[in-house]
Design a protein around this ligand. Structure first.
Ligand SMILES: [Fe+2]
Length: 455
């Protein structure tokens, strides 16, 4: 049997949990980078071969920076029932606590949460130990997307629960204190896979592509591409009665995994952007995710940035592919989430013909310029997390943090880049190679608990 692509190369799991202190730093870490970069990803236990990349148990890797020093690195599995083999489907229905919790990690209202879209979030301590499933005091009875959005204006956490069986889509809002204040079923949604969504000042933007529930798919993730599944964008007003006023707009076939950003333009239109695959791209990507023949050389094939402009007044959607470079993991200065942004960042991958390469990409949406920071041979960067500089005055006044898997040295580094010119500011040498993974967050120090893990 050929080795699964998600267990080899950059994706080779690490075998244990370690803690290392006093990391070596090259260059100068800006003192305002005081906090933790935490990155999640799939890292099955030794001897375990998951049937799908996304079924691999989640492991978080954390790097603690403070006052120009890199104080520690630690990696921990998210200790969920699934890590010990608990099944998701039981005789009572899905067990939302049987999560691999390996997709993303965020902080909201002082809680650090590891996420996987079919499950409840799992709370972690600042030192990455697992506390347990978090159901918002019993108020969350659906799964939770791995891509919740913090509204930069209100501090609210907006998210949804998606399900392959009714109710297909439930929308939730937690206030800045972490209490769920609204949960509403979204009318008209289907079983289509919904991994991410958009949040503008006045709208929630749902995306349904051609990938939908497929009970015949036996990889453990029961989804597949269907030409007959209508691809749509749902625009739901954020106001309290918005669910009853949702409007669905037809779009071209495709599957979007990640939203770069969504916002309302000066004409009242909703602009949405994100990398999207076509049927062939999805087939090659899925085959990589399950280790089947006919797969691409990278986890994402034919993944190109696409822009949709939804005009609610005219009832139309204008859409186009806006770049020919294969990219994924779009990020931005999250102060601009839901507002018109100038700069977008992403990770670029080589395609099956060798076009493109691993790098960090910066788009200037005003000039149209695209800049690529090459990371080096056999070096795969993770999602570039934007952190604003102290006293930032411009949108790209800050840093990009990315963890590099370096196969040649069998090592990893945290790279700190100046987000303006993509120049290297500092490199933190990590004590082991970090498995290439999925998403992560910068958790800045704030509040009275900031010193909880000192020493
Ligand atoms: Fe994601």
């Amino acid at each position: 049997m050929t080795a699964k692509p998600y267990l080899t190369g950059h994706y080779t799991p690490v075998a244990d949990e370690i803690t290392a202190t006093g990391l070596t730093v090259e260059g100068t870490l800006p003192p305002e980078l005081s906090g933790r970069l935490i990155r999640n990803g799939h890292n099955p236990k030794p001897g375990v071969t998951p049937t799908h990349w996304f079924k691999g148990s989640g492991m978080v890797h954390g790097i603690r920076l403070r006052d120009g020093r890199a104080e520690w690195y630690r990696n921990r599995w998210v200790h969920t029932p699934a890590l010990d083999g608990a099944p998701y489907l039981t005789e009572h229905g899905p067990d939302l606590t049987a999560s691999v919790a390996g997709t993303h990690v965020i902080e909201h209202a002082g809680r650090l949460l590891a996420l996987c879209e079919a499950n409840l979030p799992f709370e972690l301590t600042p030192e990455l130990e697992t506390v347990g499933a978090h159901d918002f005091g019993g108020r969350l009875r659906t799964a939770m997307t791995a891509h919740p959005k913090v509204d930069p204006v209100t501090g609210e956490l907006h998210f949804f629960g998606s399900s392959p069986v009714p109710p297909f889509l439930t929308y939730h809002v937690a206030d800045a204190g972490g209490e769920i204040i609204r949960s509403v079923e979204v009318p008209g949604a289907s079983a289509a896979l919904k991994h991410d969504f958009g949040l503008t000042r006045h709208h929630v933007v749902f995306i349904e592509g051609n990938v939908t529930f497929d009970p015949a798919e036996h990889s453990g993730i029961p989804y597949g591409w269907r030409d007959e599944q209508p691809a749509r964008i749902g625009l739901m007003p954020r106001a309290g009665d918005g669910a009853g006023r949702i409007r669905w707009f037809s779009i071209e076939p495709g599957n979007l995994l990640h939203v770069g950003n969504a916002y309302e333009d000066g004409l009242g239109r909703v602009v949405l952007e994100g990398p999207t695959v076509d049927a062939e791209g999805f087939r090659r990507s899925w085959n990589w995710w399950v280790g089947a023949p006919g797969r691409g050389s990278e986890p994402l094939s034919r993944s190109f940035n696409r822009r949709w402009v939804v005009d609610p007044a005219a009832g139309t959607v204008d859409e186009q592919i806006i770049d020919d470079l294969p990219v994924e993991f779009p990020t931005l200065n999250e102060e601009y989430l839901g507002a018109e942004h100038r700069y977008q960042y992403a990770v670029s991958f080589p395609d099956d013909e060798g076009y493109g390469e691993y790098g960090i990409v910066k788009y200037d949406r005003v000039t149209g310029a695209r800049r690529i920071r090459r990371i080096g041979d056999a070096r795969l960067p993770s999602e570039a997390v934007f952190v604003p500089a102290a006293g930032a005055t411009g949108e790209d006044d800050g840093y990009l943090l990315t963890v590099v898997s370096d196969l040649k040295q069998d090592a990893s580094q945290l790279l700190v880049l100046d987000a303006s010119g993509l120049d290297r500011v500092a490199t933190v040498h990590l004590p082991r190679r970090v498995t290439a993974g999925i998403h992560g967050s910068w958790i800045p120090d704030h509040g009275p608990d900031a010193d909880a893990d000192r020493g």
